[in-house]
Design a protein around this ligand. Structure first.
Ligand code: 16G
Ligand code: ZN
Length: 529
């Protein structure tokens, strides 16, 4: 490690005095102008992680649904997962080291993590469409090269596409080709195969309106839509040609405001969906004949997918376990529906993709979705092998057909992380195969009215939680107060948790009516002070 060269280069990406940042739920995120040093240093860290794992590591420059002025960075581990927690700590240390401490911190990390410094390193980089992203990704590359790492810059990519590239590169191409063309081919082939037998009642059924949040999703979906245009026609809105990224549009806006994005024309009962700014989240919605807005969120996506998967799994008659992973934000009705009607086991984890992803790996087939629309379905190696083997069998019967279908489903889901494009294609395939309208899908169960609030506090870390964030353990008395408030309402539930991405505390409440959910959320927010 040429530490003199590091020090010299680092001076060109100097850390502003006194600035401290933390590797949060989805990496570093703040105003773009404060991130240059973090980018450079994450380039350095990616090299060390690559040497240690003897694998390709990914670095994604994005701030997802945050405003255009923000930016962020996260590292992607060898199998396309989020960075391991012990390395999140290294990332925080490295980002906050003062200039003169940088060499020592690098050596410290190398020692603690037993990095073989003679090992080669390879890093792949991707970025979203923010004006600041190009320059910031160049700073990442500066960090990679000063430590002698090799790199490939994919340029503009959705976050899940970068995860896919990392996964492909570390599995010798068995998962797919590590090119954008490889990604389009893999997903669209699976989609076309899957929907071959779908009954389509006219063109309306095959059209989907997509709000792309004025982000990277628009670019990539526009490139990709020709690959599957026979099965599905997508109309792009908020494609970045006029509006501002994530401004009054995108999945996060629609979910949190429970209203349609600007810039999309919705006719009654038309199926619409929104991506977020880096296309790793998706949610659906529609207006009914009375003009009322209906949100079909991540919980309902999980319900649709689990219901769909149960049938072919039953058909192949193998006892592969199917489970659903949610967070505390999952609507109570969705959990009840999954457990009582669908009879599938449901687990709850802390917020953040890495927690859900990890838990989902405990099942043969693990469906995970956050209510906000981030999720995918993971198939264990054993399940994949079993399904592939059954799909190859000679006898052309129902069992083989079911296995074939599952085989395509495996290919269609991004196995590395939640992916708006991949999830959209899965959902569209299921609706087509089942002949379901968006209203019929929405009618699987009725959401309990709910409310989310943000509370500004002096120090959000005074609140700590347990039981997958459903119970507050600190400050003393807070949980007891929440319990008393919850008792006042029917079908009610509430919790508070410190945000992992903003300097605030989040409050969630649900109850039998919107009015009651609103009051409960408000009362709980007062108890937080
Ligand atoms: C991040 C997470 C998302 C989570 C959100 C919660 C990833 C890739 N993204 O955006 O899954 O829902 O944080 O934010 O993990 P909060 O802690 O501010 O509520
Ligand atoms: Zn995102």
């Amino acid at each position: 490690m040429d530490l003199d060269a590091v020090t010299k280069q680092s001076a060109l990406h100097a850390k502003p005095d006194g600035l401290t940042l933390q590797y949060g739920t989805a990496g570093f995120r703040t105003k773009a102008e404060h991130l240059d040093h973090v980018m450079f240093r994450m380039g350095l860290l990616a090299v060390l992680r690559s040497k240690q794992t003897k694998s390709t590591i990914g670095v994604m420059v994005t701030a997802s649904h945050n405003p255009e002025e923000d930016n962020g960075v996260k590292l992607v581990d060898p199998l396309g997962e989020m960075l391991a927690p012990s390395w999140e700590e290294h990332a925080t240390c490295l980002a906050n080291a003062e200039e003169q401490e940088l060499p020592r911190v690098l050596l410290d990390i190398s020692e603690k993590a037993a990095v073989n410094l003679h090992q080669d390193a390879f890093v792949v980089v991707g970025r979203d469409t923010r004006p600041s992203s190009e320059k910031l990704s160049q700073s990442v590359i500066d960090g990679v090269t000063v430590l002698g790492g090799q790199f490939h810059d994919y340029g503009l990519l959705t976050t899940p596409q970068l995860h896919y590239m990392v996964y492909c590169r570390n599995t010798s191409g068995r998962y797919g080709k590590a090119t954008i063309e490889g990604y389009y081919q893999k997903l669209s082939t699976a989609f076309v195969e899957l929907t071959k037998q779908a009954f389509c009642s006219g063109d309306d059924q095959r059209t989907l309106k997509v709000d792309c949040a004025n982000g990277i999703g628009a670019l990539k979906l526009r490139e990709m839509k020709h690959y599957f245009s026979q099965g599905l026609s997508v109309q792009l809105f908020n494609d970045g040609t006029e509006g501002k990224l994530n401004h009054l549009c995108g999945a996060d806006f629609v979910k949190s405001h429970q209203k349609p994005p600007q810039g999309i024309e919705m006719k009654s009962n038309e199926r619409c969906c929104s991506f977020d700014g880096d296309a790793d989240r998706i949610i659906y919605y529609y207006h009914d004949a009375d003009g009322q807005f209906h949100l079909v969120d991540g919980d309902k996506i999980a319900a649709l997918i689990s219901g769909f998967l149960k049938e072919p799994l039953l058909e192949i008659g193998d006892s592969l376990s199917l489970g659903v992973v949610q967070t505390a934000y999952a609507n109570g009705s969705s959990t009840r529906y999954l457990e009582e009607v669908m009879k599938v086991p449901v687990c709850c984890t802390k917020t953040g993709v890495k927690h859900l992803h990890h838990k989902a790996q405990e099942f043969d087939i693990g469906v995970y979705f956050e209510a906000n629309g981030h999720g995918t379905v993971l198939f264990s190696k054993a399940a994949e092998m079993k399904i592939k083997q059954l799909a190859e069998e000679l006898e052309e019967d129902k069992k083989r057909k079911a296995a074939k279908m599952l085989e395509n489903v495996i290919d269609l889901f991004n196995q590395a992380t939640g992916d708006a494009i991949s999830d959209m294609l899965v959902i569209e395939a299921i609706l087509a195969l089942k002949g379901l309208t968006v209203q019929q899908w929405d009618a699987l169960y009725t959401d309990l009215p709910n409310r989310q609030l943000k509370v500004k506090v002096a120090d959000r870390q005074v609140i700590s939680t347990t039981d997958a964030e459903r119970q507050a353990v600190k400050p003393p008395g807070l949980q007891e107060a929440i319990n008393e408030l919850v008792k006042k309402y029917r079908l009610s539930r509430a919790f508070v948790r410190p945000s992992g991405t903003e300097d605030i505390v989040r409050v969630y409440a649900e109850a039998d009516s919107q009015e009651n959910a609103d009051s409960l959320a408000y009362e709980v927010s007062l108890a937080v002070f």
